[in-house]
Ligand binder design. Sequence first.
Ligand code: 9G3
Length: 581
Amino acid sequence: MRLSRTYVPTLKEVPAEAEVVSHRLLLRAGFIRKLTAGIYTYLPLGLKALNKVADICREEMNRAGAQEILMPMVQPGDLWRETGRWEFYGKELQRFRDRHDRDYCLGPTHEEVVTDLVRGEVRSYRQLPLNLYQIQTKFRDEIRPRFGLMRGREFVMKDAYSFDRDEAGADASYRAMYDAYRAIFRRLGLEFRPVEADSGSIGGNFSHEFMVLADTGEDTIAVCQGCEYAANMEKAEVVAPVDKCDCGHDCGPVVEIPTPGMHTVEEVCAFLEIEPDTLIKTLLFDVDGAPVAGLVRGDRELNEIKLKNHLGAQDVKLATPEQVVAWTGAPVGFAGPVGLKAEGLRIVADRELDFDCGWVVGANKADAHLKSVDLGRDAKIDAYTDLRNITEGDRCPRCGGAIGFRRGIEVGHVFKLGLKYSQAMNAVFLDENGREQVMVMGCYGIGVSRIVASAIEQNHDAEGIKFPPSIAPFEVALLSLGGKDAEVIEAADRLYAELTRQGIEVLYDDRDERPGVKFKDADLMGMPMQLVLGGKGLKSGIIEAKDRRSGEKRELKLADFAKDFADWRRSVRQGWGLGID
Ligand code: 9G3
């Protein structure tokens, strides 16, 4: 494509609201334009990048045996009432009425629609397994859309839904999608990690998120330095500690000690001159309306998702100060496991607390704590479990290796759904014995538009974007620096035609612009390969080549261009971990 004939409105400055680099560069490089909060127009280059991501998803989904469909954006409310999600979701679900006052919503996802489709069509086990997917625009009325395409309200998703006759089949469908996702992210040339994740309210108890590793990522993931294990913080398992109590659990009688006005762990530890790892933090929660006390060591973070999953609860929220007083008899900061007797209150403790004693705990009395507490002796603990966030010093639950932390951007998520939607919507089939069975489902999503932004978060420098060849709108940026020098223009035109004939996507900067402007725009837009033809080069029969990722430059002989270019292209793609397609 000739740049002189392409609509690429680059910008020097961008609005302050563009906080993250991908947002700033997509605006500056003329890839997107904001229409309103969280809603963007894709300009020619932006759409080409988006379509390249979508195409790779499509090819790998088809290769994995999934079939592409396209479901409507507008969905009838009644379907969502069948699954209880019409009431469950708040303002994030954009509802509206049609002229006949019927309820509808803008589709944030399509579990209900696809299950309605399949329950109407599939009758027999012979029609299963089935995996249907689409690449389509979603709408979620996020409370604070920000970071451009990273967290928009209107975005493009590849969402797939599998239907199987039984658990084993659903496992196979899940595995096939998991492998297809690894192939997709490998072909995109992005550094990514599949991480074990929590399924939350989506249903099912098993899922993996696919994270593009980037320091600007919103999520923290625990990564084993020794093996493939990786999990997001919500899910990362903490290995059970070995017994280290050296007093044989005889830490002397419990003693009450005054701690006037010392509410926080830091304040109590400073006042008593003790380390936080000798104190037990007691947090009160309202779990589906019932009181629960969660205990972790003073220097640990309690993981509410682990508490929710351990209790099999729907809703877990921190107790209000009023509830704390009602349930413990003391203000926030003085709660403790000894003598807690509120009606129906359960105490769940992190299992490392069972392996030690001599703890300092809140006395359930204002301005007082207890010391020399042994939970086994002094409190009624309903359960010990893995209740805390994994930390730097913890070992890998798989291989015992060292655990490290990385930031990541969630760009894919695969879920084993089970029966949640098929049961609620009566999606059944007849098995070989003529008996009616409920289909076992899975669902799988990739944030197609978010991937374009996350590729930039992972690959950019002060000059601009560094697109991997798999996502770049064009693989080559060809810059003719001859100004009005007809010879250079002719030579550049010939190269452009030659490369295009070879099927290489070329953005040919044929504008009558100063070299400096062309270099800056080429670096800004981030095409992986730059070819620069100037008068001097043409005279000496060479064209300059620059690998945008590494910055490495080389001279290609015009006389031997096809071979030189092919060799160079191979090395540039290798730099991205990509072969020659
Ligand atoms: C809603 C709203 C927001 C939502 C959902 C429903 C997220 C919702 C989770 C999923 C699960 C998978 C298929 C593709 C992959 C992800 N945000 N989710 O269900 F009504 Cl407003 O979408 N769906």
